[in-house]
Design a binder for this molecule. Structure first.
Ligand code: SIN
Length: 276
């Protein structure tokens, strides 16, 4: 009995959880219930939380070790906490395109926990898309083809001078990775280690080509999958308020931070959970 409430927010994924204060030292039963809700709903949301960076770190560490982003400088005292800030004068936002986090690493993250410190008066929502639902909707023939494929992921294009991740933002330090980032191979169909559910694991930001295929050969099928996987039926949308938290599973969810709040400030803090 944890007192946790769960309310689905859309058909394919997403649930809002209530009855829990994430700033507290949570008991094992509550952590297990949150993990179970994440496994089932793929992205979970919490409202009206007040988290210091230390409390967000403590909450994140209940789910695994935390990642230090190789290209985005974290908080000076807490390098695992990435501050995602768009100032009123900034034109581009961070995360403004469909992607999952950190697939460009040899061991990609399992989840990200984003806390809203300051939200704009309008706009700034985040979209999420279930890559498990996207996989389920494919034909049996294409599923069979994809099961045998691996894909090459790299940060090099996105974290380049032209990529949207490294574009200048007044309050974020983002390094260029072009020519420095490695290439890592991951299966195109990822089996969730806890639920056994299959999900598509290609990433519009970081997937370069299928292993053993040229980029030119890969492009038509990747373009099809990128288009297929963002269909409205696979999505949900989260409207942030100060103190909201979203926790998504990077193994089965894409997200997209909307850039529709010109002239306003948006300040978020993210921790990213690695496999144990
Ligand atoms: C991200 O891509 O992690 C940022 C998402 C957001 O700011 O809504």
């Amino acid at each position: 009995m944890t007192g946790l409430t769960v309310r689905k927010v859309a058909g394919a994924l997403g649930a809002e959880l209530g009855g829990v204060d994430l700033s507290r030292d949570l008991d094992d039963g509550t952590v297990a219930a949150i993990r179970a809700a994440l496994n089932t709903h793929q992205v979970i949301f919490f409202r009206d939380q007040t988290l210091t960076p230390e409390q967000q770190l403590a909450f994140g560490r209940r789910f695994g070790p935390l990642n230090i982003h190789p290209y985005v400088t974290g908080m000076a005292a807490h390098p695992e906490v990435m501050e995602i800030i768009k100032e009123p004068s900034d034109k581009t936002n961070f995360g403004g395109g469909w992607h999952s986090d950190m697939s460009f690493l040899e061991t990609p993250s399992i989840g990200s926990i984003l806390y809203a410190v300051e939200t704009p008066d309008f706009g700034g929502d985040t979209l999420f898309a279930s890559q498990a639902a996207a996989y389920d909707a494919l034909s049996e023939g294409l599923k069979r083809t994809l099961e045998g494929l691996n894909a090459v992921h790299s940060a090099g294009r996105e974290y380049s001078a032209k990529g949207s991740s490294a574009q200048k933002r007044a309050s974020m330090q983002v390094a260029e990775a072009e020519g420095l980032a490695g290439e890592f191979v991951h299966p195109v169909v990822k089996v969730h280690p806890e639920t056994g559910r299959k999900a598509l694991y290609v990433n519009p930001a970081f997937t370069m080509n299928f292993e053993g295929w040229t980029r030119r050969e890969s492009k038509p099928l990747l373009d099809f999958l990128f288009e297929h996987s963002r269909q409205e039926a696979f999505t949900c949308r989260f409207a942030w308020r100060d103190g909201s938290v979203a926790f998504w599973d990077n193994r089965q969810v894409w997200h997209y931070a909307l850039n529709d709040y010109p002239g306003q400030r948006r300040h978020m803090r993210r921790v990213t959970v690695d496999p144990a």
